[in-house]
Write a protein that binds this ligand. Structure first.
Ligand SMILES: CSC[C@@H](O)[C@@H](O)C(=O)COP(=O)(O)O
Ligand SMILES: [Zn+2]
Length: 218
């Protein structure tokens, strides 16, 4: 049997990823994107196949505005810790696992915001948020004139494993994000830079969609 990739991950790579996640965490905390300890972040490390991969993820329930040596841990494709640790991975780690498996992306950022929660409920009946012809759609590398996109919304069960099959079924590889109803968004990209760019674009677009609906009164 071949060695799990986590075993060969260099200490330097792990430290580099932890530092990068810490910078993102500090930035998002300053924007108020982690209310009440919500949200979680992850970045992949080492080799990837859909069957076997490793990623660094935020520990569960931490104050995400603080930086401590206990903020992150490495987990495998099943969400289990790769090293002996007292830390608990994010309660939503299995959602990260599924997104990595489906997309092979390099980073996944999850935040709760008022606008992403509002649109996830306003458009729940159609199970997606339509965004029509807004320039920032280009942040998703979609360049069509007056592009129309639909951002998928899935159920928000308290039992996280129940959410995973819905994520698998509804994830649209053209759209680097998925909403959980009245909960928040998962956005991803090939690296931390791209995942952050996508998340910022989603948050802009959700505020736009919500406010447009409000002023149009429909
Ligand atoms: C504290 S409310 C938010 C949580 O229930 C959850 O949705 C969340 O985003 C953070 O969970 P965590 O286990 O810290 O990663
Ligand atoms: Zn959450």
């Amino acid at each position: 049997m071949s060695e799990h990739p986590s075993k060969s991950i260099l200490l330097e790579e792990k430290q580099r990823v932890y530092r990068e996640l810490d910078r993102v965490k500090t930035d998002f905390a300053s924007r108020g994107w982690f209310p009440g300890t919500s949200g979680n972040l992850s970045m992949r490390v080492g080799a990837f196949t859909p069957e076997q991969f490793t990623f660094a993820v935020t520990a569960s329930g931490k104050d995400k505005a603080a930086s401590t040596p206990d903020d992150f841990l490495l987990v495998d494709e099943t969400g289990a810790a790769c090293e002996p640790t007292a830390l608990k991975p994010s309660a939503e780690t299995l959602i990260h696992c599924e997104i990595y498996r489906q997309t092979g992306c390099g980073a996944i950022f999850h935040i709760h915001s008022v606008y992403n929660s509002l649109v996830s409920e306003l458009f729940w009946d159609r199970r997606s948020v339509p965004v029509e012809g807004v320039e920032l759609i280009k942040a998703f590398n979609i360049w069509d004139e007056e592009a129309v996109i639909e951002v998928p919304i899935v159920s928000n069960f308290a039992n996280i494993p129940l959410i995973v099959p819905e994520v698998r079924d509804r994830l649209d590889k053209r759209i680097p994000g998925i909403l959980l109803r009245k909960h928040g968004i998962y956005a991803w990209g090939r690296d931390a830079f791209e995942a952050r760019k996508h998340l910022e674009a989603f948050e802009f677009l959700f505020e736009y969609v919500y406010k447009l609906k409000l002023v149009q009164g429909r």
